[in-house]
Design a protein around this ligand. Structure first.
Ligand code: IYT
Ligand code: CU
Ligand code: CU
Length: 331
């Protein structure tokens, strides 16, 4: 799976060639500052197309607070590890991704709280390597407490990537819905976003993940379809308290998403501060994200990777400028 020319440290890959389990682990790091976010990259062998079909975590909540696995066009750096947290200088527009600037970037896997192994649906895989924009994988591990490293102990938290080289027809993709915007002091705000699917593809949704910071109350995503009478039918894809572990969960409805459907999301954020809170990368800021994982059967995943709105006070579902009239105020 890995380009051996550039990265040799994970050299105990399966020898069978066509399928295997690649250990993508932190290279025995010893974090010394609490709340450190460490990233490590691997370059995928660019001469071969691989399909990642499962994720087997090698971590415990005693050590790792959370882990995220990103697919990137370019990594943020080619150092073997780097501090990829906070990024105080990053603006909300730059988004807190450990991929290179303006590079292709998507989250493939998320782990928190002793979550178990996950397999994609049978026959579904994330395409990486030769015939894919994902040329690198970046693992991010959040080390919240570092007491156990005081004596120089090291850590190899990470994830075993189950992969195959046998071509799969069903390709997995992620779509990220989110908002910008501000939440007034001492106010509960709804942050909303919606986009129409305009590509002529059939999406089979299978997992979702929500993300906010500490003031998030609920995040929900929906498929919205106008029926022949022009009435909008709402089907829930997922809804969750964002302060529960922010990993991928099964969608609540697996009905296909078709061209012409809208995808809509809402975050309810309760600003308990006596000052405004804006969308941004730090804990002093908030975020509002709904990730949808889907597969397509034959053909490529969506060109559309993001669905972001300006959020409050400029954008709500009911904004007459968006064409999204009559959207009920569901919670
Ligand atoms: C401003 C914002 O909403 N940032 C999110 C979403 C985001 C993720 C990725 C934006 C872009 C990306 O390439 I991947 I552009 C955000 O940073 N979310 C956090 C992580 O930092 C990714 C999260 O846990 O979902
Ligand atoms: Cu964490
Ligand atoms: Cu965030």
């Amino acid at each position: 799976l890995v380009d051996q020319g550039m990265y040799r440290r994970n050299s105990y890959e399966s020898a069978t060639g066509s399928t295997g389990s690649f250990p993508f682990l932190m290279p025995l790091v010893s974090p010394k500052t609490p709340d450190l976010y460490l990233c490590t990259p691997i370059k995928v062998d660019p001469t071969t197309t691989y399909y990642i079909v499962g994720f087997n975590p090698n971590a415990t909540m005693n050590t790792a607070h959370h882990m995220l696995l990103y697919g990137c066009g370019e990594p943020g750096t080619t150092k073997s590890t780097w501090n990829c947290g906070e990024m105080a200088q990053a603006t909300a527009e730059e988004k807190a991704s450990p991929c290179g600037p303006r590079s292709h970037s998507q989250i493939l896997y998320a782990w928190a709280r002793d979550a178990q192994k996950v397999s994609l649906p049978a026959g579904v895989g994330f395409k990486v390597g030769k015939d894919s924009p994902t040329k690198y994988l970046v693992l991010q591990v959040h080390y919240a407490h570092v007491d156990r490293f005081k004596d120089g102990s090291t850590d190899d938290s990470g994830v075993f990537l189950d992969y195959t080289e046998k071509p799969l027809q069903k390709l997995a993709g992620t779509l990220l819905l989110g908002t910008d915007g501000i939440i007034p002091a001492m106010k509960t705000e709804h942050m909303e976003s919606a986009c129409e699917i305009t590509e002529n593809k059939v999406l089979f949704p299978f997992a979702y993940r929500v993300h906010t910071h500490e003031m998030g109350k609920v995040v929900a995503g929906y498929r919205v379809r106008s029926n022949s009478e022009g009435i909008q039918e709402w089907v829930q894809l997922g809804k969750r308290d964002p302060l529960t572990p922010q990993m991928f969960y099964n969608v609540t409805n697996t009905e296909p998403i078709l061209s012409g459907d809208q995808l809509a999301m809402r975050c309810t954020i309760k600003n308990t501060r006596h000052r405004i809170t804006k969308i941004g990368p730090t804990n002093e800021d908030e975020m509002c994200n709904f990730y949808l994982m889907y597969y397509v059967d034959h053909g490529e995943t969506l060109d559309m990777k993001y669905c972001f709105s300006q959020g409050p006070p400029n954008y709500y579902w009911s904004n007459p400028d968006t064409g999204l009239h009559n959207i009920p105020h569901i919670e």
